[in-house]
Design a protein around this ligand. Structure first.
Ligand SMILES: CC(C)(COP(=O)(O)OP(=O)(O)OC[C@H]1O[C@@H](n2cnc3c(N)ncnc32)[C@H](O)[C@@H]1OP(=O)(O)O)[C@@H](O)C(=O)NCCC(=O)NCCS
Length: 161
């Protein structure tokens, strides 16, 4: 697992395209994330193959919070806790040691993602709260399910094994 670099952006774009129901953003978005937000993103690979990616950022007005944007694990690497382990590795970075909350949005029917974040919360011994954030009608003509906010915390990264 390592921090992404701009040279990874095209491979990240391909991985996301293979991981529905994630929204596929432009390659430019993944270039931006890799170049300017690498400290809060992580990728996982096997030799030269990209198997996992997490993007996130620290909202400027809430420096104690890591917002996780997209989590993708290639189909052939699923079921090995890679998603949770990538999230843990982010929280274990010394530069993120001050983070006490993790936020993300997860569709109500995404059982794998909910189980992954629930498992992380258990490891962190932290509560999970859920509230509406981005509702179906806010996506306009682009059909999309609700994206409620999950907030995990407070925790300290020293809770991690
Ligand atoms: C969600 C995703 C990242 C999980 O990655 P993963 O590495 O396979 O997840 P894990 O192995 O850490 O599994 C996490 C938990 O989910 C459970 N799980 C995995 N697939 C599941 C499924 N289809 N239905 C229900 N639970 C599932 C696992 O049993 C595990 O539970 P446990 O910790 O109690 O054992 C992966 O399935 C994925 O990339 N999906 C497509 C993109 C996506 O939906 N991303 C998240 C958007 S918010």
């Amino acid at each position: 697992m390592r921090q992404p670099h701009k040279a990874d952006a095209a491979d990240i774009h391909r991985l996301i395209s293979e991981c529905p129901p994630l929204d596929l953003n432009s390659v430019y978005t993944y270039l931006l994330l890799s170049e300017y937000f690498g400290a809060t993103c992580v990728l996982a690979g096997d030799n030269d193959t990209l198997l996992g990616f997490v993007s996130g950022y620290v909202p400027p007005e809430r420096p104690d919070t890591l917002f996780v944007w997209q989590v993708a694990v290639h189909e052939r690497a699923r079921g090995q806790s890679l998603g949770r382990r990538m999230l843990q590795s982010l929280l274990q970075r010394p530069a993120l040691a001050h983070i006490q909350y993790l936020e993300t949005t997860v569709g109500p029917d995404n059982r794998a993602s909910r189980a992954m974040f629930g498992g992380l919360a258990r490891k962190l011994l932290a509560p999970v709260n859920e509230q509406p954030l981005f509702e179906r009608h806010m996506f306009g003509e682009h059909a999309h399910e609700d994206e409620p906010l999950l907030r995990i915390g407070p925790f300290t990264s020293t809770s991690l094994p």
